[in-house]
Design a protein. Structure first.
Length: 350
């Protein structure tokens, strides 16, 4: 029987990603493990990993865990090297209970998921304007959260503040309250309760005002990038820059990696899931997918219900058929997902 050479072996790789070290596994076309190795998370380490895979044969595909976090840089380097990268979900608990948990086991499992066809999705490229939007959205979300927390703390302090201060501040509207608290002056040697209450209110008010400026700047730039990248998507009725940026981040810089609008709907968690058994033929609600994108689709539907006759007529027709309003809105989200996908730009060509 002739011996296979490296040129005859088709290698499928699998990588378990971490912050400092990636663990790789190489499998041949028959699923046999050719080797496992660890590599540092540096550019040199990524290149060594690819060279190591190629020493075993012709590299077909590489399954990478965490392509949106620890594996993002590796995925970019492999794609630049002409290797097809497949996004692999982390093994579920049932598999880990059965086979245990080590980095090597996870790397081999990633390669087997690619070979079996269980993992087929291409990762986001993370190399264009949508990645810039994602970073801005992260700042926007954390800023809004911190602002809400600071405002809540101001109101809580007013509940227990000394009566004279409380009586002075309670009638004020939010804008006046923040301006008044931010302008408080406290003597450096005054550590009394009224002074410390005013100090706390001043610091929180100044924090809110600073966050307002930061959020205004970030939102302005976010809207500008979104309008330049996807003008057709922004123009869709009920979308606008804010919702469009959310949906673009979900789709990524390479939305064409999704083969159809049905794949985008599944990514947003707006597709019904088959739940049939025996004589029962039904579908159930999809509770997976990107819930932030799902909420964005819901916002589009709600806006249209307030001003679009077609959407209102559809809702009335579905309710006449026996569906609840919530169920009809779920159907509408599925249609909106199709419309949004068709308005998505080929961002890599811009």
């Amino acid at each position: 029987m002739p011996t296979l050479t490296a040129n005859d072996v088709v290698v499928t790789g699998g990588v378990d990603t971490h912050q400092d070290v990636h663990v790789a596994a190489a499998l041949d076309q028959l699923g046999r493990v050719l080797g496992t190795e660890s590599f540092p998370t540096t550019v040199a380490g990524y290149r060594r990993l690819l060279a190591w895979l190629r020493r075993h044969g012709t590299v077909d595909k590489v399954g990478v865990e965490g392509t949106g976090s620890y594996g993002a840089a590796l995925a970019r380097e492999l794609a630049a090297g002409g290797v097809e990268v497949i996004e692999v979900a982390r093994p579920n608990r049932q598999v880990r209970r059965r086979y245990g948990k080590t980095d090597v086991v996870d790397a081999i499992a990633a390669a087997r998921a690619v070979q079996s066809g269980e993992a087929t999705g291409k990762p986001k490229s993370h190399d264009g304007p949508v990645e810039a939007l994602r970073t801005l959205k992260a700042v926007q979300r954390s800023g809004n959260k911190a602002r809400t927390q600071a405002l809540n703390q101001i109101h809580q302090l007013l509940v227990t503040a000394p009566e004279d201060l409380r009586a002075r501040l309670r009638p004020l509207k939010r804008r006046e309250l923040l301006a008044t608290c931010a302008a408080f002056r406290i003597a450096s040697d005054d550590d009394s309760l009224p002074a410390m209450t005013r100090l706390a209110l001043r610091e929180l008010a100044q924090r809110v005002l600073h966050l307002d400026e930061q959020l205004a700047s970030v939102t302005k730039r976010l809207h500008r990038i979104t309008s330049n990248v996807a003008p057709e998507l922004v123009a869709v009725h009920g979308v606008g820059p804010e919702v469009a940026s959310t949906l673009l981040v979900t789709a990524g810089d390479n939305p064409h990696r999704m083969r159809s609008e049905a794949a985008f709907a599944a990514l947003c968690g707006s597709n019904p899931i088959p739940a049939s058994s025996g004589k029962t033929n039904r579908h159930r609600l999809n509770r997976g997918g990107d819930r932030i994108a799902n909420a964005a689709l819901w916002r589009i539907v709600v806006v249209r219900l307030s001003c679009d006759d077609r959407t209102r007529d559809y809702l009335a027709r579905r309710q006449a058929e026996g569906k609840t309003k919530t169920e009809a809105i779920r159907c509408l989200k599925r249609y909106v997902a199709r419309e949004v996908f068709n308005a998505m730009p080929l961002i890599t060509a811009i």
